[in-house]
Write a protein that binds this ligand. Sequence first.
Ligand code: AMP
Length: 270
Amino acid sequence: MKILLTNNDLNEALYDVSNLGFVPTMGSLHKGHISLIKKSLKECKRTIVSIFVNPTQFNNKNDFINYPRSNNKDLLILKKLKIDFLYMPRVKDIYYLKRKSSIKLREKDKILCAKVRKGHFEGVIDVIKRLTKLIKPYKVYFGEKDFQQLYLIKKYIPKKRDIKIISCKTIRDNNKLAFSSRNKLLSKNELIKARKITKQLFLLKKRLSKSKNINQLIFKKKNELINLFNIRFDYIELRNIFNLRTSNKVKNSKLFIAYYINKVRLIDNF
Ligand code: AMP
């Protein structure tokens, strides 16, 4: 595994590399990331993983500072996986030109996380544009865990780039809680809480398919969870998977949730 720290390293290493799979991450790697990397290793001739905690996608400075980082552990994981390249750029390697995102979300896309985390997806889409411009991959891998991110990247990354966006299933622990770097910020008790909440939400999704009054059922469950677990919701909404419009039927829809356990914000979709 070659470790690339600057754009010069990157250009030298990728000179004449083709059929390259790219897995962008913010590090603190877990089984979710590993599944993306394994898919790339299987499908592409070469695989590059990036670790870059992108400052422009954090709408809250403390969230950026407190974001979990574990570079040494990540290095061991990646070496074991036998990826070809690890790219760990500095902020100035990515933002050598102007730092402001050129992405403007359309009004109809300002929903779910885009509504509550102002500027977040503008930062995400912009950094993916910059990274793919530098790396020129054939395929880029994203997790359905961040379904709205995947949806917007497909929509806003210019088609002329000729990059294949590959979506990958959400990986969960034995209790169905989705792996997430942010889980590392949870105490043991909070982790137990997150697992119980996930179980309830899976049950809710099941019940929705048999219910005539979907919105009422969601509203009831939301209040029940708030009272039971002392959590705060940003949203819990059923939306169509193809256009992310609010939906009142389970077919072709997913339940999207974002909630806080104390200060830790978790998102998922079912
Ligand atoms: P992050 O490091 O959180 O920016 O995530 C990097 C990539 O891993 C994104 O495409 C995520 O959607 C994906 N990812 C994160 N958690 C999971 C998971 N539990 N299962 C599958 N993919 C995931």
